[in-house]
Write a protein that binds this ligand. Structure first.
Ligand code: SAM
Length: 264
């Protein structure tokens, strides 16, 4: 990659920027007191911009750099890792492998981590779990790995379904133990399936709208786990849960994000 380093900033060299474009620059960037002008080939430069220096820089592999920064995420009994960090999962922890960058839900967001922690705190053996807004499938897969009989992941974005299915496969979850489908609560009026646990990482306003559907989809006495909630919007969620008859409400906060649990 050929870069011409010109001393100065866009402000101090404003009059000279056109000269760089006219010489064939394909892009300009300002960094650390230098203007970096990208070229496909060396060019004749006007005398006003001849005080710079040509550099042939190695291509940066941003993908590799991003991958190198990822660390395992500990969430209760579960450790969420990308495939290449599987060996870093400590003995006794349940490994949950998620290929990052494909759909929301790598574990690196506080809401996902808190939701997996909340699932991990439950005894899921023999339960049927519903994950609304499944994204990468992380919460449904966590439930299956933690012993749920069956987990269903719904998402209104059809692109997430093959990604979640592939993640379940990577984790060795048998197809009969997890199902992903395009959809949401309240859209499919024919379904009267009830669940033992419902988890949803959406946002406060949507929790408010869906609270009645959550109540209809849960067996009495069952736990509800909601996140994606900004702490500033907690009152909206509390009021919705109260309205629909949920009790035993608990709140956990991590920075600006909150996770709410309640029981029907
Ligand atoms: N469950 C994953 C996690 O915890 O990391 C992903 C959560 S991501 C914040 C929210 C997901 O909900 C997105 O994949 C989005 O497409 C989906 N979504 C948004 N509105 C929805 C709705 N009304 N019903 C179902 N899914 C919805």
């Amino acid at each position: 990659m050929l870069v011409y380093h010109l001393p100065g900033t866009f402000e101090t060299r404003e009059a000279h920027l056109d000269l760089l474009w006219e010489a064939g620059a394909t892009g300009l960037e300002e960094r650390a007191g230098l203007i970096r002008a990208y070229f496909d080939a060396r060019a004749e430069l006007d005398a006003d911009i001849a005080d710079g220096e040509w550099r042939d820089e190695a291509e940066q592999d941003w993908q590799a750099q991003f991958k190198a920064t990822l660390r395992p995420v500990h969430a209760g009994r579960v450790t969420i890792v990308p495939p290449w960090l599987r060996h870093e999962v400590e003995d006794g922890q349940v490994p949950l492998i998620i290929e990052p960058g494909m759909a929301f839900g790598t574990g690196h967001h506080a809401t996902t981590r808190m939701a997996v922690e909340a699932l991990s705190a439950l005894d899921l053996s023999g339960t049927r779990v519903l994950d609304v807004g499944t994204g990468s499938g992380v919460l449904a897969i966590a439930a299956a790995l933690l012993g749920a009989d069956h987990a269903t992941g719904l998402d209104i974005d059809p692109l997430t379904i093959p990604i979640a299915t592939e993640n379940a496969d990577i984790n060795g979850v048998p197809t009969g133990r997890v199902t992903f489908a395009e959809g949401s609560l309240g859209l499919d009026d024919e379904s009267d399936e009830v669940f033992d646990v419902l988890v949803a990482n959406l946002y406060a306003e949507l929790h408010d709208l869906l609270a009645g559907e959550y109540a209809a989809a849960l067996r009495p006495g069952s736990p509800l786990i909601l996140t994606g909630i900004l702490t500033s919007k907690l009152d909206l969620v509390r009021a919705a849960l109260d309205r629909e008859g949920f009790g035993a409400v608990t709140v956990r906060e991590d920075g600006e994000w909150a996770l709410v649990t309640a029981t029907l």
